[in-house]
Design a protein around this ligand. Structure first.
Ligand code: 9MJ
Length: 672
């Protein structure tokens, strides 16, 4: 890079950093992930190191970042608030360790190893044991007086416990927003149609900056102490000081450990990286601090950061990249998930090229379009997701994403029930993405009950291309099955026999076996009772379907959509051609097991009452509201009251819900 180019780039970087500082500190609305900001800063630092004549007093590298906020009084810190040197690799930690051991001429150094909280640094001044001032870091020399706001945080002691504290004590630590509080807060914000917080750290910073402490008080903030401004009247090490602070009433992070040497530091980093997803709050790395104060004093400072401490960062969980396209993935149950195809990017420790976009509503809400710059997030082992799009970076008009009308795997119509976020392929019986799932379900005990046709065998049959739809099961030959791995002649014979034996199921079983969405055994039974034949059901309109007890508008639309699908009709025809026919249920009132009985329901039942009522009616019983001499049976759920007493008085038989469920099971109507 020529000097002119360096000059130009440095100017550009300062302008960009200034812009991002403004968005972050003033607007509370960062545009780019931290990793991107850090890169800009590092690039500027590199240019300035190589071209010292370019450094200006106004350069963002020359101050600890932080724009004093309007509306708050400024406080001069008695002792400047430090920043920490960062390390992103083991090599940088090794270099730090070497500098420390050489500086101290001592090989065995003990460090206090601490999680590095991702919140807002704060300095709390206690005079005679009472909190008098809380100040943010600001530029390190001067911060903002946020006492009124900090006083609302429950974990910040207003008065110190025990005794022995110095009359002037300045405690430093981090204010943060626990993840659970952040999630709860955002959930409520979304419900109210308000803008959610970008991340917990931003939530903490924004909360502290509220001009009305009442507003801060409503935010779920917490505090951990990690040091003091001066060492007077304190123990001789960092670790013991933290124990002392705990005794005085400060929350101290329980993950803090004493470790020895470089190995101890790196082990701690690895342990915390593993524990990170389960911590309940965000950390962006760990901090190593030379434990002994005398050794710290010996090492001193370099510019504004101590030589005795180092922040060892984790790989960034958020990164910036380009969204190349949005593809649709069809899950095994037919759910269509939009998947982001990304310019590969290193995030959360791995290279990510695909990330989930959840569903269509999420895409609309975040307004993510192919071609956008997006922030990709990968936290812990969680599936990477597109967190947001950076709309400011859109250079040209980009087309909005449209959910396809047809399944990309099989071409069947895509349906989306109004109350659900998920769009689904309606080609359950023929869609390759759903094939295995659908055939496995078909064979299960409560469906066609094909013994020996387990998940493994289904997978083998599909993978060998022998079975494409459930109808193909009925044309399998002995040789085909026997040719599969781990299938002998005998087992092939057995399975073939079971397939053949399954040709005449009751209509409700066959319906259930088709795997129509929301059609469980009970609904399948109601449909079978009502329509009697597959043909009649296939021709039913949504309106007629709703007439069936136990069928609401959602189930009706799933059923109608299923039978409208030509592919599904073909499979049913093929089943029919193979001799598979659902047998009509016995439906003459006199033959129903509970015909003539009068039932009453009481107490809390685990199933919706309407469902229980429908079940009883389908078994021939009448269901009434109150217990009388005519009542045959009282179904008593939890906490049954006066009806139970009355039934007992009248000698009416009483059945518990668990016994009732067992009875249903015996009638082939199990609901579990
Ligand atoms: C955080 N952020 O958790 C320090 N920090 O020490 C811990 N920050 C720090 N220590 C000196 N645990 C300056 C900053």
């Amino acid at each position: 890079m020529t000097q002119v180019q360096a000059h130009k780039r440095a100017d550009e970087l300062r302008r960009l950093i200034g812009y991002h500082d403004y968005r972050y500190y003033v607007l509370d609305d960062p545009e780019v992930p931290d990793a991107e900001y850090d890169r800009l800063m590092r690039e500027l630092e590199t240019i300035e190191t190589r071209n010292p004549e370019l450094v200006t007093a106004q350069s963002p590298t020359q101050r600890v970042s932080g724009t004093p906020m309007e509306g708050f009084e400024t406080v001069q810190h008695r002792v400047p608030m430090l920043s920490l040197a960062n390390a992103f690799s083991d090599q940088e930690v090794t270099d730090f360790h070497r500098r420390v051991t050489q500086g101290l001429e001592c090989k065995d150094i003990t460090f206090a190893a601490e999680p590095k909280l991702d919140g807002v640094a704060i300095s709390l001044t206690y005079i005679n044991g009472s909190l008098v001032t809380a100040a943010s870091r600001g530029d390190g020399e001067r911060g903002e007086n946020v006492t009124a706001n900090v006083r609302t945080i429950r974990t910040v002691p207003l008065k110190l416990h025990a005794k022995g504290w110095p009359s002037l004590l300045e405690v430093r630590g981090e204010i943060y927003m626990p993840r659970a509080g952040f999630d709860r807060f955002n959930q409520k914000a979304l419900e109210r149609g308000e803008k959610p917080l970008v991340n917990p750290r931003n939530g903490a910073a924004g909360s502290l900056r509220q001009l009305d402490p009442q507003l801060t008080a409503r935010r779920p903030l917490a505090f951990f102490a990690y040091g003091t401004a001066s060492r007077d009247q304190l123990p001789e090490t960092q670790f013991e000081t933290l124990s002392q602070l705990k005794e005085w009433g400060f929350p101290v992070n329980p993950e803090i450990r004493r470790v020895k040497g470089l190995g101890g530091c790196l082990d701690y980093h690895a342990q915390m990286a593993a524990r990170r997803p389960r911590l309940g709050y965000d950390i962006d790395g760990v901090v190593y601090k030379v434990d002994r104060y005398d050794q710290q004093g010996f090492l001193g400072f370099i510019s504004k950061a101590p030589r005795w401490a180092l922040a060892h960062k984790f790989p960034a969980e958020e990164e910036l990249t380009r969204l190349l396209d949005i593809d649709i993935q069809v899950g095994r149950t037919g759910a269509l998930t939009p998947v982001a195809r990304l310019q590969p990017v290193f995030v959360g420790g791995v290279t990510v090229a695909n990330a989930t976009l959840h569903n269509e509503d999420e895409i609309r809400r975040k307004d993510v379009r192919p071609g956008d710059w997006v922030v990709v997030r990968r936290a812990g082992d969680v599936i990477p997701e597109v967190a947001r799009a950076i709309h400011q970076r859109r250079e040209t008009e980009l087309a909005e994403f449209q959910m396809p009308k047809n399944c990309p795997e099989c071409g069947s119509a895509v349906e989306r029930v109004e109350s659900e976020a998920v769009a689904r392929c309606s080609g359950g019986l023929i869609c390759p993405a759903q094939r295995k799932h659908c055939i496995r379900h078909f064979a299960t005990r409560k469906a066609m009950d094909i013994e020996g046709l387990g998940d493994k065998l289904v997978d083998q049959l599909v993978e060998a291309g022998m079975v494409h739809t459930v109808a193909d099961l009925y044309s399998l030959s002995h040789e085909q099955i026997a040719s599969l791995e781990r299938m002998g002649n005998k087992s092939a014979e057995h399975v073939l026999g079971a397939i053949k034996a399954s040709k005449k199921p009751s209509l409700d079983r066959l319906l259930y076996a088709l795997g129509i969405r929301e059609v469980g055994e009970v609904t399948a039974h109601s449909l079978a009772v009502h329509f009697k034949t597959m043909k009649a059901l296939q021709q039913a309109s949504k309106e007629t379907l709703i007439e069936v007890s136990d069928v609401g508008p959602i189930v009706a639309s799933h059923v109608a959509a299923f039978f409208q699908q030509e592919n599904n009709r073909q499979v049913i025809q093929a089943l029919n051609d193979a001799g598979v026919e659902g047998q009509p249920l016995q439906d003459k009132a006199g033959e129903k097991p509970l015909a003539g009985e009068v039932w009453v329901l009481t107490g809390a039942l685990s199933m919706p009452r309407i469902q229980v009522k429908n079940l009883l009616e389908s078994l021939g019983a009448k269901v009434t509201a109150s217990v009388s001499a005519k009542t045959s049976t009282l179904l008593a759920g939890e906490a049954a009251g006066s009806k139970l007493a009355k039934a007992q008085k009248l000698g009416v038989s009483v059945i518990s819900e668990s016994d009732f469920l067992k009875y249903l099971e015996s009638q082939g109507l199990g609901v579990s």
